[in-house]
Design a protein around this ligand. Sequence first.
Ligand SMILES: NC(=O)c1ccc[n+]([C@@H]2O[C@H](COP(=O)([O-])OP(=O)(O)OC[C@H]3O[C@@H](n4cnc5c(N)ncnc54)[C@H](O)[C@@H]3O)[C@@H](O)[C@H]2O)c1
Length: 310
Amino acid sequence: MRVLITGGAGFIGSALAHRLIAEGHQVSVVDNLSTGKQANIPEEAEFVEYDLAKADCLEHLPSGKFDALCHLAAQSSGPASIEMPYYDLQVNAASTLLLSRWCLKNNVSRFLYASSMTVYGNKHASPVSENAICEPIAYYGVSKLASEHLLRLASLEGLNVTSFRMFSVYGPGQNLGNLKQGMASIFMAYLLRGEEVPVTGSLERFRDFIYIDDVVDAWMNALQMKQTPAPIYNLGKGKATTVRELLKTLIDVMKLDTHHPIKELQGSAFDQFGLTANISLAEKDLNWKPKMNLYDGLSEMVAWAKKEIV
Ligand SMILES: NC(=O)c1ccc[n+]([C@@H]2O[C@H](COP(=O)([O-])OP(=O)(O)OC[C@H]3O[C@@H](n4cnc5c(N)ncnc54)[C@H](O)[C@@H]3O)[C@@H](O)[C@H]2O)c1
């Protein structure tokens, strides 16, 4: 298979690129290196550095025939989307429109998309299923939902689309320098530096943490299908972890003082309180089951982070 990965220098995109190459596939990456790093891209992959928010981005895509496009490039921070909603819409939604048209024109039959649990908003009880009404409360969720709909229209013209509503993905490779995205990596960055951890909003808020390798497994299973039975899948572990529990587990894994200082800050109206995923559809259709538990996953991540810092 020859696969084009946008955002392949980032956390999830580079993990997917490495797995594809390890399994004998060809990979090309397009990324503007805004939050990703060139060092994350496998050496064997073709790399084009370009900004997919630019209207002329299609002229800069790698040439030749592709079997699939995995669109992960995005501005992926909720707070940043509130600071710059127009830019968020350009990077996250306009790029999806352009890339889906490009696939239809160039006979790229598969389009896999990195959507997010933020599309659901704050109204649902956990666990949430894919057929729940989507009412995002931040611009980031709106641009992800807009992308899903743009892809639904492209699918009417024959593009085989799968969107993954990923919950809180964590693990080795997450950008510890990006303090705007990724609760586990943000807290870990402060703890590794021995600094007070700022926590925005209630310690009782919760997230559904899913390990990077489990996420890549689902993408790989879907890539091997000509088309998935459903167009949209939740990818989570299906388990709630409160902010308090996450901090406690991290402190435990890192063998730090249980009274490590924490600073509670005012929450944002744009932040979701908490949601877990009903993953039965992905389990059934993709023959997939997330394996990693939070303690072991965070231990892997801490071991990686310590090496990174050295
Ligand atoms: N990490 C999570 O928990 C999570 C959850 C749900 C959805 N997602 C989505 O998954 C995708 C990957 O997330 P991630 O955690 O790997 O984030 P990341 O920031 O590590 O990766 C995003 C990549 O996209 C690149 N990029 C950003 N803007 C670009 C642009 N205009 N042109 C070209 N490249 C650009 C960045 O340089 C980076 O390499 C994103 O679409 C994100 O919204 C992530």
